[in-house]
Design a protein around this ligand. Sequence first.
Ligand SMILES: [Zn+2]
Ligand SMILES: [Zn+2]
Length: 426
Amino acid sequence: MAGTVPALPESFAPSPNSVFSDQFGFYSLDSNVPGLSKVILENLHMKDYSEYRAALEGKGKVEFHSHKEMFQKMEETFKFCACCSKLPNSLSDPHTLKRCIKCLNVYYCSKDCQMKDWRVHRKFCKNLRMVAIDRLVEWTVHTGDLPFPTAVWSRPAKDVRSWGDWLSMQGDLTARLEPVLSGKSMTDLWTNACRPRPEEAELRESVWRVCSEFLSRPLTIGLGVRMCRLDPCSRPLTVHLVGAGHNETLGARTTDLDELSHMFPGHQGVEVVMVGPEVVQGPIVRPPLRAFGPRGKVYISAYKGLYHEFWEELVERGEAARPDLVVGFHPGFHASQGLGEGWLPTLLLLRDYNIPSVFTMYSDMELQYSLQILQELEADIQATGPNPFSSQKPEQVQSCPNKDPCYCNAFYLYFRGLLDSTEDAH
Ligand SMILES: [Zn+2]
Ligand SMILES: [Zn+2]
């Protein structure tokens, strides 16, 4: 597949965070559908995982000849029998793989498999339809059509307790959604996607869900600010986003967290430093501030490396401000021992320096495991529960579609310092 047509600009590459990986990591795909990771790599014209990793690092590009090809390749990675897990290459005729006509998201190798699976799939079919539409609509975030413009909050942040409250301050969204729905990117998307354009009402809902995921990040940071009783209007704040990976940094723009300025009108400046070994190159990769951010603005910078290294290299030497708050989206330290060990120096540092720290999780199960780890570290857990500003966009485990979907930032935990055991000692 030699590239005769020039490669598309980088911004048109698909987002691997939402499409090509699931929360359990790249290779765990294979435990559900043996060979699926290879299919994904082949569709990206890559030999192995190291090339995939390198592409995320900005070395080597994912090249597609057209948007049609890009969406087709994306769809290929969902083509396996949802019942028996067979991939097309293990069928005598790969074309016998048929899609569920309702969700257009899962495939079957035979009528038998489809009938056998229906008892389970019917519970998830409707949701999987939304998942598939959202997965495509998310592309309009990368083209810059989303998020739609939002209004400055008319009520104090403490009185905005849910998405319903947030929406009630936004007024009629129709005029702001219209340009997105009728825009060139949206038309381009449905001309090239492997499914027909949904009805307008369905599409409008999807646009909202995709936006909610985008906004969930600044709103969760804002929730952290409030939980820690910080007042951004009385002094400038520094927030460190730990473990920021390609999810937060691929295609990131310096304006991505501007909702924080809408949330705290008149604030003295909020500086956010994204830190993580998987930080992707882009406009946000610039030096952090030594002291205060510009008044009324959110200043984002990023550092590629582990948090305790960042701390030693820049914070200890006074080249980056100390954080008032640390936030981590889906750190995954519960998921494997290796990941847990990688996080250990960071968690101990946060605990020992008594830094207010907020982490989010995809599910209650993840939350419980994470709490257990922090309890073992004797961290003082201050609050925990469902995040009122959880993403509204359902996500499937790619290789295992017939399961309850998960949502970004669905749960949170907040800890600060070491558990005080002096009372127990008496
Ligand atoms: Zn089958
Ligand atoms: Zn279905």
